[in-house]
Every structure is written in structure tokens, then in C-alpha cells.
Design a protein around this ligand. Sequence first.
Ligand code: AMP
Length: 393
Amino acid sequence: MTDDFAAVLVINAGSSSLKYQLVQPVSGIVRGSGLIERIGGPVSELRHTGPGGTTRSESRIPDATAAFAAMVDGFAAHGPDLAKQPPIAVGHRVVHGGTRFSAATLVDAGVRTEIEQLVPLAPLHQPANLAGIDAAAALFPDLPQVAVFDTAFHGTIPPAAHTYAVPQQWREEYAVRRYGFHGTSHRWASGRAAALLGRADARMVVLHLGNGASACAVDSGRSVETSMGLTPLEGLVMGSRSGDIDPAIAGHLARVAGLSAEQIDTALNQQSGLRGLVGDNDFRELQDRVDAGDPVAQLAFDVVVHRLVKYVGAYAATLGRLDAVVFTGGIGENSAALRTAVVEKLALFGAVLDPTRDAGRGERIVSSPTSRLTVLVVPTDEERQIAMECVQL
Ligand code: AMP
């Protein structure tokens, strides 16, 4: 391992945003962080937090290279000084590792090519991740660039769970299978939950519920099933993604509404989920409307809860035993109403929430001491998990 003060620069490069964090993996101390949004737009927004506080500004950032230069300016102006205390590595969140990458990997020319070959599996995100790797490598030529894949944790899912019952040619020629995403978050949350439970062999379901949402069945620290598939569209109801639907809906709409494959793809990814049900993808907004007695919002809430309960039940059967359910992500961590509704419906497993514990903060057990099923809240920390994997590598 490394000394407690060594920091990793963690990069999450999206198609129009750059999120970065300089974090010490052992202590978890965040020394600096920032977010640049609307890259490529007329006005980009920059936020940097360093030892001197938080600064915000606006300027035009045309591309990833300019965004990385702005990040370096942020560190130079508001600290910490990267020249004085350089990070030991740059850790990149990369969305798709296909079947090739099941662990954090040092990026060299060959690995970069292999990541590029996976672009067809994640055409929106993978090119942005690559642009981030290229920009960071140009800026920090002496630092190891490490790719940490969102799919990697799910490399242990057995064939019976990751194989779709579709034609052989689709599976073999077009790599159609379940990959799963949110792996870094599931790895972090299940690891913390196992530590809180004091049981490395715990069998649990992790519910990562944010704007994107997925469930993961974890047995002794290994992912054995997850709800996202070839793409992040499958599974739970999300902010703007439908999650599971009858796949024949696509053909039906092509015939009756003349929609193209691209229009259907866009509608299911961007205009469905909570947005499709209530017109807004923000869960807080939904909750306010539920509290005000809005029946449309209540139905959406019920659809979300129903899907979650269905997945927990199925995954409990898959695992053969259920020791714990873990809530993480913006909604999972913050919405007591959602946790209450889900846990109430898990009475079959003897789950009882403790409202006092549930009202607490941070990582904690929120079920009552007499509950047969342990329910936990674990704030996700993908940056620290990425930094830890860089150091381990
Ligand atoms: P994430 O993608 O993990 O950042 O999560 C974003 C989602 O978390 C959004 O739908 C937010 O409305 C939701 N969220 C954040 N804070 C709260 C809160 N206090 N109560 C309910 N939902 C929240």
C-alpha cells in the first residue's frame, strides 16, 4: 500500500462535464475537488473546492483538453498545489470494460485501443472517458493513468445470470449479454456493509438509487446478479429511464406510431422513468407531490417501490439467503419515505425499520435490533473506491 498522505486524482469525464477529486484513499480525506459543466456549450460553469474554500466561475470551455487545463488552473489558484504534492496516479472512471476488463487496469497504448473497441457498447460515455484519459495523459505524462470500469465488479456474475435468451449470432457476434453498471458504487457499498455487519460472507442486495438506479445481489463480496444489462436501461425505474419493459413495445411503437429505433431509444432513456410518469426526474419533487396528495405522483412512487420489492425478492431467492439490504445513491441515502415503503413490503423477510436509527446520518444500520433482515444505509463514495483500486493496482 502507500502512505496515508498520497493522493489520487480521480477523474469522471462525461460528454459535457468533468468531475474531479484529489482524494487520499487510505484516510478518505478529499484535498480538492471540482466540477466543470456544460463543456462545449456557450457558457461553461466551473466550481473548484480547495483548502482556501470554494470558487465558482463561468467561461467558455470548448472541449476536454480545455476542461483539464481549467482544472489545473483551479488547483493552481485555490490549491492544493499539484506541483508541490503531485498525485501518485490518475484514476479514470470508464463506463464499459466489456468482458475484457474485470479489474482496474493501467492504461497503455494497447489498453487504450481495447477501451476504444468497446465504444459501440457505450457510444455516449466511452468516447468522453477516452478523451479524459488522453487529456490527463498529455497533462501528466509521468503519472500512471488507471482505468476503473463501471462494469468490472459484475465480472463474477455467472453465465446463467448474464446470458440473454436471444439468437446465438446476437450473443457471439454483437456481444449481447448482461454487463451491469454502477459496479464501483456496488463494490463500495457492499464492502462497507460487510464491514458494518462484521461478516465477510454476508449475502445482500445493494440498491443504488440515484438518477440512475440498479440493484445488485452480492454474495461474500462478489456480484452474482445485477439489474442493468447490455446498457444501463434495464431494471429499476430511474429518473428518465424506463427500466424493464416488454421488449415488444419497441416493435409495436415502430408499427403503430412509425417511431425509428433511435426515437424509441431516446424515449426510453430520456423521456421515461419518473420523467415519463410525472414529467420530472427529480425524486424530491415527486415526494413533495406525494405529500401534497397528488394521485399521479403517488402512482409513480408506488411503481418505483413495486419494482424494487420485486427485485429484492427475486435476488433473495437467487442468493439462497438474505442477510441485508443496503440503500445507497442520492435517493437511497436521503429518502426515508422510500426506505420505509420498501422495508414495509419486505415483511416476508422479517424486516423492521428503526425510525430513530433511520433518521440518523452517515453509514449505519437502520433496521431495529429485532429485525430478522438487517437494513443499512451506506453513502456511496465512488471516488474513494476508484482511488483505493488505483493504489491496490
Ligand atoms: P444521484 O444521481 O445519486 O446524485 O441522486 C439524484 C437523486 O437523488 C435525485 O432524484 C434527487 O431528487 C434525489 N435526492 C437527493 N436528495 C434527496 C432527498 N433529501 N430526498 C429525496 N431524494 C433526494
